[in-house]
Design a protein around this ligand. Structure first.
Ligand code: GLV
Ligand code: MN
Ligand code: MN
Length: 400
């Protein structure tokens, strides 16, 4: 499975993945999913929001056990964030069949669409739509960096953008959802464990800062005559770092757009996106308020207009305690070992589903902790340990 996935959407220069929603690379990943489902005799369907499902047994029976993740990526993403959960889902099914498991409940494997939000700026679009946390009208207003709207992008990929929306009946059939994911930090490396269980996802969000000034000549405009939006933007980036450190949070300006973007032109617009996350909502609120205050002060000092828009927000997610404890028992049954329970600052479809469905996550050790980068990694032994753990968990849930 890894060999087949390896070239899809991989950039020859960076060796990172560029699998953005509704692009040809996304279509190739979707075709791979369909092939895997068909090779195993599963019934494959794509729902109204473009999420792919592969079923063993009839989901209409209800109380289905579902596992999976996503196949899209951030710009120049690694191989594991998302695909590890989907590959492991198919591999865990193979393992269960090899064990002769009796499937007394429907088992589903899912590939959620547009998890990273790399193209339209909002993460987890597929799962948000299905769970009713994003309306069709809101989704129709999403636009990519080239001005292509989400409905146009869906249409050009052969999907009906008017069909999107909440899918409560589909989610009502799910008794438990388990997402396996590469860890995006070093907690398991430090504890010496191959596999862990998630406790919570930090509250997190994205804010867009638009600094508007005046375009002018870089050579002839006196410094005192300039209205340069790059200056308050630069101060804002430094403020974000300072405030995050004070509040035990994280804050990142990882994307910036400049107009007109010429070496010899003072910019008219600097648009920067703040991604901030913290274990506690209060701390996150404090950071964002302080960054905005610093940005306004710096903008005022340079005669720059500033608009701040919150583009997305996900409150804290506490995964289902009963399910988490049951998974702990299932995984410790043979070994007697306690499975580490970790919080994470990364967002996941599992977090979106957790409001509606009993949900849990398994993490697989990442020896460097690096993620959202081509350097993301996991060893083959740990990936196999993840598959076996997922198979144990699915088997335990099917027979619960
Ligand atoms: C998704 O991976 C996110 O945490 O942004
Ligand atoms: Mn990610
Ligand atoms: Mn992911």
């Amino acid at each position: 499975m890894w060999q087949d996935l390896h070239p899809l959407g991989r950039h020859p220069g960076s060796h990172g993945y560029r699998r953005f929603a509704w692009t040809p690379a996304d279509a190739e990943c979707r075709a791979w999913f369909t092939e895997q489902a068909q090779a195993r005799g599963l019934v494959q369907e794509t729902d109204r929001n473009g999420n792919q499902w592969a079923w063993l047994g009839d989901p209409a029976q209800g109380d289905a056990v579902v596992t999976g993740s996503h196949l899209d990526s951030v710009p120049d993403g690694g191989a594991f964030d998302g695909p590890l959960g989907v590959v492991s889902a198919f591999a865990a099914l193979d393992e269960l069949r090899a064990r002769g498991t009796e499937f007394t409940k429907p088992l589903g494997i899912v590939n959620f669409g547009d998890e990273e939000g790399a193209r339209f700026g909002l993460a987890c679009v597929g799962s948000r739509l299905s769970s009713g946390q994003l309306t069709r009208d809101q989704a129709h207003r999403l636009t990519d960096g080239d001005g292509i709207t989400l409905p146009r992008a869906m249409e050009s990929a052969g999907y009906d953008p008017d069909a999107i929306g909440a899918d409560p009946d589909r989610f009502a059939r799910i008794g438990a959802f388990v997402e396996l994911h590469v860890e995006q930090g070093r907690a398991l490396d430090l504890s010496g464990d191959a596999v862990g269980v998630a406790s919570a996802i930090w509250p997190h969000g994205r804010w867009r800062f638009d600094f508007r000034g005046e375009a002018n000549h870089a050579g002839t405009t006196r410094l005192t005559d300039r209205r340069d939006p790059m200056l308050p933007y630069a101060e804002t980036v430094l403020a974000a770092r300072r405030e995050a450190a004070l509040a035990h949070a994280v804050a990142t300006f990882g994307k910036v757009a400049v107009e007109p973007n010429g070496v010899n032109a003072i910019p008219s617009l600097v648009r920067g996106w703040l991604d901030s996350r913290a274990p506690h909502q209060d701390d996150l609120d404090t950071v964002v308020a302080a960054v905005e205050k610093a940005a306004r002060a710096a903008a005022d000092a340079q005669g720059i207009d500033l608009a701040v828009v919150r583009e997305s927000f996900t409150p804290v997610v506490e995964f289902d305690h009963a399910l988490r404890d049951r998974i702990g028992v299932i995984l410790g049954r043979d070994t007697g070992l306690t499975v580490p329970v970790l919080g994470t600052g990364a967002g996941h479809d599992a977090g979106i589903l957790s409001g509606t469905v009993p949900t849990a996550m398994l993490f697989v050790r990442n020896p460097t902790g690096v993620s959202h980068s081509p350097a993301e990694s996991a060893t083959e032994d740990d990936c196999v340990a993840g598959v076996l753990a997922l198979a144990d968990v699915l088997e335990g849930l099917i027979h619960a």
